[in-house]
Design a protein around this ligand. Structure first.
Ligand SMILES: [Fe+2]
Length: 472
């Protein structure tokens, strides 16, 4: 049975196709429309998905009428009505849970979903046993981990529902103690928040200069981490004490700095590489399927059709220290994981400025490293794999690879094995044999505020605009 799942009407529309036990396709609307965080799917995306044939059923990722009711009751800027028809819909948090559990390697796991909100649910806990997913705990709007973070994103002048990742990056540059007490009052313990954050922070009574923005970011990140710690400990110790495995989903699971500490609570963790609402296009399809699928990796989007140009990338890096690459299928999720990436020599401290200029982005944003999985624990303080850049362990050799270390000494690591991505692994292997360093800088192939490059047309436009060659 072929099932198409989609999501619309919230900050990151997407379409996914599942057939029997396989994920055939998953792609983001923004990569086709070129409109960042596009709220609606478009014809080009649907046509790409429908190349896999006509679906037997179409599933939608939330309950539109429930959402309409909530918007009517509480207000909000969101839309509720999808532009495309569907045969069946599932609750927002259930789609998140299915996207996570049914792609996970686990047959038993605690499933935690934290986001701004679904229809009404904002935080849910589920048990996964075999193919069965059962609701264990539900916290409803207005109390929300995601809305708390989003409200402060807005307070410091960033775009809510989009720039939370920038706030997280800023946190490393701030002093968390300056506003810790004050920010804590907005979220004093896991079951309590000061007020409804839908309208943002409405009673901040101090001027916010440039340094204050960074200090607020640091305090918000710390308070978020403390509350997340309490919540996850409650899941582990009280709600589901027999469950060693965690599946973590929802937009909050994109907070890589906070995710890192979860390895102290659970034995194994799975965060699907697209844990936000876009991933729920796949989640809706999997909710209808009701069973696990074979997870073969996040390269599920538009197919450029070319082989990974290993030698050309390696030569470019050795000659120019930096190489833009576009090959194969686009990543499903916010991170570039090798197929739409800029790869660079992490040893060169000046490379950061060079790449930042290409991408026209803020200088404080950290770059991520990609490392051969078997060497990861020598270079970073980690004893787990991080194939999708979801954790930020401390870098153990910052003097050797300064350009991929954040100001707080951590790195948002991508580990790679030969099975996971043979081409990218081979590039790393060659670089390692030449330099003794099994690490490269890996950042997304886009410019600030624009979606990742997707197709041949994007590549051509990029090369003309920035006068930079893309290896492919
Ligand atoms: Fe969500």
């Amino acid at each position: 049975m072929k099932i198409l799942g989609f999501n619309e009407t919230s900050h990151d529309a997407a379409v996914a196709v599942v057939k029997n036990g396989m994920i055939l396709f998953a792609g983001h609307a923004e990569r086709y429309s070129k409109e960042k965080n596009d709220w609606y799917t478009n014809d080009d995306l649907w046509n790409d998905a429908l190349r896999w044939g006509k679906p037997d059923a179409i599933a939608y990722y939330e309950k539109p009428w429930l959402k309409k009711f909530r918007l009517w009751k509480n207000g909000g800027a969101a839309d509720w009505k999808p532009k495309h028809r569907y045969d069946v819909s599932f609750k927002h948090h259930y789609s998140h849970a299915c996207a996570g559990y049914y792609t996970s390697p686990f047959d038993k796991a605690a499933i935690v979903v934290l986001d701004a909100m679904g229809e009404f649910a904002t935080s849910t806990v589920w048990s996964g046993n075999g193919e069965e997913i059962k609701l264990v705990k539900e916290i409803k709007y207005p109390l929300s981990f995601g809305l708390f973070y989003t409200a402060f994103t807005k307070l410091v002048g960033l775009k809510p529902n989009e720039h939370e990742y920038i706030l997280m990056g800023m946190a490393g540059y701030g002093d968390p103690t300056r506003y810790f007490k004050k920010v804590s009052e907005y979220f004093p313990y896991t079951g309590k928040q000061k007020y409804n954050y839908h309208k943002g922070i409405t009673d901040w009574d101090e001027p916010i200069d440039e340094q204050a923005k960074f200090d607020i970011a640091a305090a918000v990140q710390r308070v978020y981490e403390y509350r997340l710690w309490d919540f996850m400990c409650q899941v582990r110790n009280e709600l589901l004490p027999d469950y060693d495995n965690l599946v973590f989903m929802g937009g909050c699971a994109l907070n890589a700095s906070a995710n890192t500490m979860l390895w102290k609570i659970f034995d194994n963790i799975w965060i699907m590489p697209n844990p936000g609402d876009a991933g729920s296009s796949l989640g809706a399809a999997l909710a209808l399927r009701g069973r696990h699928v074979k997870w073969e990796g996040p390269y599920l989007g538009y197919d450029l059709g070319n082989e990974y140009p290993v030698d050309a990338i390696f030569n470019e890096i050795m000659t120019n220290r930096v190489c833009a690459v576009a090959a194969g299928r686009a990543e499903f999720g916010p991170r570039a994981l090798g197929n739409r990436s800029i790869l660079a020599d992490p040893r060169d401290p000046d490379i950061k400025d060079k790449v930042n200029r290409i991408k026209q982005r803020e200088l404080f944003r950290p770059f991520a490293p990609v490392v051969m999985a078997e060497h990861a624990s020598e270079w970073f303080d980690m004893n787990y794999e991080s194939p999708y850049m979801q954790y930020t362990p401390r870098c153990l050799k910052p003097d050797i690879i300064p350009s991929v270390v954040h100001v707080d000494g951590t790195s948002r690591v991508q580990t790679v094995t030969r099975e996971q991505h043979p081409g990218l692994y081979s590039v790393l292997e060659k670089f390692y044999n030449e330099t003794g360093v099994p690490v490269l800088l890996n950042t997304s192939l886009n410019v600030k505020g624009q979606p990742l490059l997707n197709d041949e047309e994007d590549i051509k436009l990029w090369e003309e605009t920035y006068n930079t060659k893309i290896v492919r």
